[in-house]
Design a protein around this ligand. Structure first.
Ligand code: ADP
Ligand code: MG
Length: 335
């Protein structure tokens, strides 16, 4: 028996849009990048700005989708390399850098492995060991070169999957679009990726709930933020079951199997949307020890909320004052 479960709007539910009722100006809901999205914009010109932000996200989906006909990424994967748009080349190049920064935990070249598992199909299954081993030989961020708008693969049968970074990047671009339109308060929810623009219309911080990895109807904590991304990765969002085991969609590049690091949910809070998305996936793969080392040594600042298998939570000092987690054992991560 196999089952794919996709929990849409998974990791984050908003608690506190209430109270801004009168100022709420426009909200658009749509389906893109394989998830339900919602953009809520406050203030003058809200509807037009929200529509423009939605259009921005849809054009990025068309560029980065692995399956969309005509997508830059699909073209490059099918042709074994080639020219892409400048924006696509820039994000692929950035994603390779972020991959190196995470010691390879974030790896956009896992496509052959993800395909061996069938994660992009309606019928995923545990791959045959030989097929998985073969797929593993066709990965590696060091085997991809981006030069200008040209992407080159060093091995045959390689491919790129931007699934762990494109939503974050798109949220950041949508936020930019809103700001260019003069918007100073908005909330962008792309599945488990939240992006806040400014503060709430009343000037207070947005309160973003982090979904409980143990109970889809509950949240484990709430973080109060403004003008930044809050991105959560967890194995409870997309998975299938086979022979009584559960297999989720975040792969450990070292094993080719779903990551099993002891981290059951990883949230990154930071102003850099692509980094937040890439690192949430990476922290889930790396585990708490490696993640803390990365947090201390990295030259760019970001914050993390890590939920461990035993239900305890680790929070970095930068956001510690802004996290409410009633009834949960929280440990502060210090510099
Ligand atoms: P989601 O897209 O569900 O919010 P993530 O941002 O963690 O979650 O991205 C997971 C997706 O990224 C997977 O569906 C797969 O396409 C791809 N992926 C899986 N493992 C990795 C990895 N270690 N590094 C980069 N991308 C990955
Ligand atoms: Mg991610």
């Amino acid at each position: 028996m196999k089952r794919i479960a996709v929990l849409l709007l998974a990791a984050a539910l908003m608690l506190s849009a209430a109270g801004c009722g009168r100022e709420k100006s426009a909200s658009v809901q749509f389906f893109s990048m394989d998830t339900i999205m919602e953009i809520t914009v406050y203030g003058k010109g809200a509807q037009k700005a929200a529509d423009a932000a939605r259009a921005e996200i849809e054009s990025l989906d068309a560029m980065f989708s692995v399956s969309g006909t005509g997508s830059d990424i699909r073209k490059v994967n099918e042709s074994g390399g080639g020219a892409v748009s400048e924006e696509c080349a820039l994000l692929v190049s950035r994603a390779l850098e972020l991959g190196a920064d995470t010691g390879g935990a974030f790896d956009i070249t896992l496509l052959p492995v993800i395909d061996a598992w069938g994660f992009h199909t309606d019928d995923p299954a545990v791959p045959d060991p030989a097929a998985l081993a073969d797929a593993m030989t066709r990965t590696g961020i060091g085997a991809v070169t981006v030069s200008g708008d040209m992407i080159t693969f060093a091995k045959d049968g390689m491919g790129i999957d931007m699934g762990a970074v494109a939503k974050g990047y798109a949220a950041g671009k949508a936020a930019e679009t809103l700001k260019k339109a003069g918007i100073t308060s908005a909330l962008i929810t792309l599945g488990g990726n939240v992006r806040t623009v400014g503060a709430k219309p009343d000037g207070s911080r947005w309160r973003v709930a982090v979904q409980s990895p143990f109970d889809g109807d509950d949240y484990i904590c709430v973080v109060s933020v403004e003008d930044c991304a809050v991105v959560t990765s967890g194995g409870y969002q997309r998975y299938f079951e086979q022979d009584g085991n559960t297999y989720h969609h975040i792969i450990d590049p070292e094993t080719g199997y779903p990551a099993d690091s002891g981290v059951v949910s990883a949230t990154i809070v930071c102003g850099d949307d692509a980094l937040a998305d890439a690192f949430s996936t990476a922290v889930y793969v790396m585990g708490a020890e490696r993640a803390q080392r990365l947090w201390r040594e990295y030259d760019r600042s970001f914050d993390m909320i890590i939920v461990l298998r035993d239900g305890s939570v680790l929070v970095t000092e930068g956001i510690m004052p802004f996290v409410e987690a009633p009834g949960v054992a929280v440990t502060e991560i210090k510099r």
